[in-house]
Design a protein around this ligand. Sequence first.
Ligand code: 15L
Length: 268
Amino acid sequence: MNKKVLVTGASGHLGGMLFKSLAAIGYTNLIGTDLKRKNIVKNQKFIISNLKNFKATLKMTKNIHAIVHFGAIPIEDTQQNILHNNIIGTYNLFEAARINKVKRIIFASSNHAIGFHRRTTRLNELAPQRPDSHYGLSKVFGENLSRLYADKFNIRSMCIRIGSCLKEPEDRRHVSTWISYRDLTQLVNIGIKHKSIHHEIVYGASKNKKSWWNNSRAYKLGYKPKDSVDKFNINLLSKKEYKDKMALLFQGGVFTSANFIGNIKKIK
Ligand code: 15L
């Protein structure tokens, strides 16, 4: 692919991984952006910018074919920090993309957009959103924003509800949530290239037997995960989450129990 693709969050964990892995599978015209330049090879195009700055975001999205949007705070934070970085930052990016006629956006959503669903409930792409944190709420916002911009302005989008994307699984929870770097790269590649997507929600998970998610929509779009958590020795994974009884009930784990003063029984 030689069309211009902008990767936001390109100095971060997953944005940085994708900036490299997309190049490795044949993307020849990638541009990275982030608040600072970190772990970026010298000849890679990179813009230091802040998505909160609309003017700069507008300039940066000129002549871009697709955006891989991973630039955000990746965990729970204060309501103000999430509002400004994740919500306003994402809104600025979509609006700039609309003005500049960007064709597609791949949005890094998260399992925390559906984190208050019980672990006994199997979800597909039509499951109601159920954020478990300010962070999760910003992902719900991004999913709905991308739906509006697809329906109204014809910007194609794919939202990937990423589980736990790590080199290798680390905790027992990952038996249900893990996705490998190469499987996430495959999903992003589908989002950029698939001919007929309009607005899609898929789960960012490898082929895990104990998954909580029915990812048949992703499979219909051609996703064939190459990895599975089941190949790892589960007994070697940490049991950190086991100390938190509430976390064990809900898909979002410790994001649900943090600062919780609600009534667990009412969350059905
Ligand atoms: C996420 O969305 C976070 O970015 C990551 O740090 C993990 O907490 C992950 O979800 C997860 O649920 O494991």
